[in-house]
Design a protein around this ligand. Structure first.
Ligand code: C5P
Length: 226
């Protein structure tokens, strides 16, 4: 790895799923493995960055040289992201954040009701972490890179998401392709980034997430002139 200096970029990455408590023993979550975010963290260290990983619950070892902050819920991830982002050079939102959480997590374990066959949960929207980071004022705003998992019209939806969330770059994955994306070791992606003229893009063929991560970090650091 390149030695760290005071000029080294600080890269903050969110990774993995979030867990939204329903009661003290149950939660809502998703199948994110964290592999892509952890691969990005390792690639950023290898390319000379100081790296902080804000991680939801995953079964992965912390890459060497990475500072890891463990969180569970979207609200906790949001809090750590807003604390760290103003000091960061580059923020990458790779976490599969739950869009909703329970409106009122039960204080005690929910009991099965003998007389009722249905149970209604009320959910409320979680904060959009990456959009809030992208909305930080100039001077406190890192370069912001997001992910998009799509099953169709990759470029169109990636473009929309880039604009809607105010991102600088987006990595769009086609999750309809078998053996790619969620949980797997390989990924294909469309990289789309803002330029002074508009946007540019590049298609990355299916490849190991570790290799794709290197290309994403290289592109982002190049845009930052590192
Ligand atoms: O809107 P969607 O979930 O498809 O956007 C995905 C991107 O937004 C990812 O970069 C993800 O990490 C980020 N995101 C976030 N906070 C949310 C939802 C998504 O940071 N609440």
């Amino acid at each position: 790895a390149t030695p760290l200096t005071s000029n080294s970029p600080h890269v903050v990455i969110t990774a993995g799923p979030t867990r939204e408590a329903l009661d003290p023993v149950r939660y809502l979550s998703n199948h994110s493995s964290g592999k892509m975010g952890y691969a990005l963290a390792a690639a950023a260290v290898a390319q000379g960055a100081r790296v902080t990983l804000i991680s939801g619950p995953v079964a992965l070892p912390t890459p060497a040289g990475v500072t890891r902050i463990d969180v569970e819920s979207a609200e906790q991830m949001h809090q750590e992201a807003m604390r760290l982002a103003p000091e960061a050079t580059l923020f990458i939102g790779c976490a599969a954040v739950a869009d909703y959480r329970s409106a009122s997590p039960a204080e005690h374990k929910l009991k099965k009701q003998a007389d009722r066959d249905t149970l209604t949960l009320t959910l409320i929207k979680n904060p959009d972490i990456i959009a809030d980071v992208a909305a930080l004022p100039a001077g406190k705003r890192p370069m912001v890179v997001g992910f998009a998992a799509e099953t169709q019209q990759l470029e169109q939806y990636a473009h929309d998401k880039l604009n809607r969330k105010g991102l600088d770059m987006i990595i769009a994955n086609d999750v309809s392709q078998a053996g790619l994306g969620f949980g797997s070791n390989d990924n294909a992606a469309l990289l789309l980034w803002r330029t002074a003229q508009g946007t540019e893009h590049r298609l990355e063929a299916p490849q190991p997430k570790t290799q794709l991560a290197q290309g994403i970090i290289r592109q982002a650091l190049a845009l930052l002139s590192f």
